[in-house]
Design a protein around this ligand. Structure first.
Ligand SMILES: [Zn+2]
Length: 425
């Protein structure tokens, strides 16, 4: 078996090589791009301010920096991780001195500050192939702390000025914020860290007001929750009582809101005879480029039902068995793509009809041989050209970093299908 180098685009965590009965029965786990982060999130330490305070200032600590959701980079395939000294202007070393309880009690909506997000500890204790000399040790945990920080100028004038100063210093050193609709150029480990940072920064930016009462919220639990404080000292300055109007988020479980993940389905569809694959294309794709069908899971819908509904709505094809294959976090902005393989049970159900939902420009059945050739010579990122072997006019497909590619590979793979036949699924 080829071992994928760690700087590859496809994650290769140790657990996928392990021998288990489940792996024998269902095949090896497919680990998709943006997943399998090297960080231990240690979610239970996110409200532990003494820990966060030590982590913030530790010499090994690194910060993923985003501006308007664009990551700070040395080169398109190389994110730049900042040290605390480089962002100190924006994040005072006293931010974790008070407990969350005290911070909420003293809440004043006129004051704003940058809120770093604790992402986790890299317990490998390695960086750039060398051992980290002094990892942070906290109780039984040891490693390199990672935070995410949004340096987009926002909030008070003072905060905006500090953000601009930090940005200018980075840019003066030749670093730049990578502008791309979808960033998929980082090696697997960096991509997973970036995905977590991007999804959380985006959620915090969109949830500065309470969804129930409409008042300002405050970031707590190191950027992984937002609270709707019961009082606001800014009201006192206006001659009102500090207490805000009632918000029923405070009388239920808590006055907190949590980052969301929106599930979507994405599916490789196999014909009744298993010799063809159904693929579709949207208008924004380059010529000859096709992909798997996808869509949001709706309230009160199972994954399998959502797969059958989407494929019927977009292509008019009626599916029978649906098998969940693997999943991919998709931080644009907060989706989890649940990848499935599905099959039509009767050739009569294969007729394509694009008239229900006009989302696709085209949908077509492709012979397995044509798909195999496209996987060999016609894959590339959406904006890139295919390889030298590509013959003009032939089918083009998404790259291996996209779950669509992994699903197509699995759907035409005899190993996967024979595994399914042997299983009791
Ligand atoms: Zn509220």
């Amino acid at each position: 078996m080829t071992v994928i180098p760690s700087d590859s685009l496809i994650p290769n965590p140790a657990h996928i090589q392990a021998e288990t009965m489940l792996a024998r029965q269902f095949g090896r786990e497919t680990v998709n791009y943006f997943s399998s982060s090297p960080l231990n999130r240690l979610s239970f330490l996110r409200s532990d301010h003494p820990f966060l305070s030590a982590a913030l200032k530790h010499p090994s600590t690194r910060f993923v920096i985003l501006k308007d959701l664009a990551p700070l980079t040395k080169a398109p395939a190389e994110p730049y991780y900042a040290r605390y000294d480089e962002i100190r202007k924006l994040v005072p070393d006293t931010i974790y001195d008070k407990s969350e309880e005290e911070i909420l009690k003293e809440y004043d909506s006129r004051k704003t500050s940058a809120a770093p997000i604790f992402l986790g500890l890299d317990e490998s204790r390695e960086r750039d192939g060398a051992a980290v000399a002094t990892p942070l040790t906290w109780k039984i945990y040891a490693g390199t702390p990672y935070f995410a920080l949004d340096v987009t100028p926002r909030g008070s004038e003072e905060q905006q000025a500090q953000s601009k100063a930090v940005i200018e210093e980075f840019e003066a050193r030749g670093l730049s914020f990578l502008q791309a609709r979808v960033v998929m150029s980082f090696p697997a480990n960096e991509a997973a860290i970036y995905a977590q940072a991007r999804a959380l920064i985006d959620w915090n930016t969109r949830n500065t007001f309470c969804g129930t009462c409409g008042h300002r919220t405050i970031s707590v639990h190191s950027g992984t929750k937002r609270a709707c404080p019961p009082t606001d000292l800014a009201r006192v300055a206006e001659g009102q009582p500090a207490e805000r109007p009632a918000c029923n988020t405070r009388t239920t479980i808590s006055n907190l809101s949590f980052p969301r993940t929106d599930p979507t389905i994405i599916v490789a569809v196999i014909s009744a005879d298993a010799r063809r694959i159904l693929l579709g294309r949207s208008k924004r794709f380059p010529p000859n480029w096709y992909s798997t069908l996808a869509g949001f899971i709706e309230p009160a819908e199972s994954v399998e039902d959502a797969v059958r509904r989407e494929v019927w709505e977009e292509a008019g094809v009626t599916l029978s068995r649906v098998v969940i294959h693997s999943s991919q976090p998709w931080p644009y902005p907060a989706n989890l793509m649940i990848g499935a393989i599905a099959q039509v049970s009767d050739p009569d159900h294969e007729t394509i009809n694009l008239e229900h939902d006009p989302e696709l420009e085209d949908a077509k059945w492709f012979d397995v041989a044509e798909v195999e050739e496209a996987l060999r010579s016609g894959v590339s990122a959406l904006g890139d050209k295919p390889g030298a072997d590509y013959k003009e006019g032939a089918l083009r497909l998404p790259p291996p970093t996209a779950i669509a590619n992994q699903l197509i590979q699995a759907a035409i793979s005899i190993d996967f299908l024979s595994g399914e036949k042997n299983s009791k699924m």
